[in-house]
Ligand binder design. Structure first.
Ligand code: 6GU
Length: 278
């Protein structure tokens, strides 16, 4: 996979050379191009932003600088108008353009999985009050897969940290990235229909007077699986009732149903519903 990242703070992405991502680059699984947006400016001040049309605080990133940069990374000639962009639909491209945006839908494991199948990802990091709103529409009109994502309900100074998060979540799903594929499947949000994962313990069995749950020492695999499953249902019910509501009741066994009922869920019909209503 080829990943291009554009930012006015390209040094942010030095972290990509560390740890597992560094190894993935050495193995040739992923190749990064990190670019400074200011390299596509032509004025003496290398300016990338301007005041918002219609007034308001902050600065907005200029569309023409971004478009010159993105056209270069996509290897395409600039188009003169949105009409030409529309006519260019179906351009031969496997590139996916991703723009971090705090006002966009939240990036999820499902999105990471989709992006992990792309051949070429281009991330554009906005700063200030974000980028000109015509930019995503312009590339979508040309037939590119354009996505905008937030990483959660809080405000960051710019898209760099958000892009780091999305790159890490995506690249670790590339085939061959992780030695142990089972550990990916068992994790929260991916295995067990999206339930939060049970807690893990290692040796010693007793540490500072605290013992690990006894059943885990029993060697009885069916009991251990049941104990872990119950803990996942309990944790998820307490912390993420929205995930319980999305479960498919037909995939719950008798013991799942019994526990969920004890936890205050009505488990008939397509999906569990809370007895008290939410
Ligand atoms: Cl994608 N950008 C910024 N600036 N803040 C955020 C975000 C993105 N996601 C959550 N907060």
């Amino acid at each position: 996979m080829r990943i291009d990242i554009v930012s006015v703070f390209p040094e942010y992405f030095n972290v990509l050379d560390l740890s597992l991502l560094g190894k993935a680059q050495d193995k040739g699984l992923v190749e990064f191009g990190i670019h400074n947006l200011r390299d596509w400016t032509h004025d003496v001040h290398h300016s990338v932003d301007d005041t918002p049309v219609g007034g308001g605080a902050g600065m907005v990133m200029k569309p023409e600088v971004w478009a010159q940069c993105l056209d270069d990374l996509l290897g395409i000639e600039p188009l003169e108008s949105i009409e030409q962009a529309d006519a260019a639909t179906g351009r031969d491209s496997s590139a996916v353009l991703v723009f971090p945006n705090p006002s966009a839908p939240t990036f999820t494991q499902k999105d990471a999985t989709e992006l992990s199948h792309a051949k070429h990802l281009i991330f554009g990091c906005g700063r200030y009050e974000g980028y000109d709103g015509r930019l995503p529409a312009y590339y979508a009109a040309q037939g590119y897969d354009v996505r905008e994502y937030s990483i959660g309900d809080y405000v960051l100074n710019g898209g760099e940290v958000a892009v780091s998060v999305m790159v890490e979540a995506t690249t670790r799903l590339i085939d061959g990235f992780m030695g142990n594929h089972a550990s990916i499947e068992e994790e929260s949000y991916t295995g067990s229909e999206g339930l939060l994962e049970h807690r893990q313990y290692t040796k010693p069995a007793t540490w500072r007077g605290m013992s690990v749950p006894e059943v885990l020492l029993s060697g009885h695999h069916a009991n251990i699986d049941r104990f872990r499953r119950d803990e996942e249902l309990r944790r998820t019910s307490a912390l993420r009732p929205d995930i319980i509501e999305a479960l498919d009741c037909s995939r719950l066994d008798k013991k799942d149903r019994k526990l969920l009922t004890e936890l205050g869920w009505i488990v008939n019909g397509d999906h569990p519903r809370s007895k008290i209503g939410r």
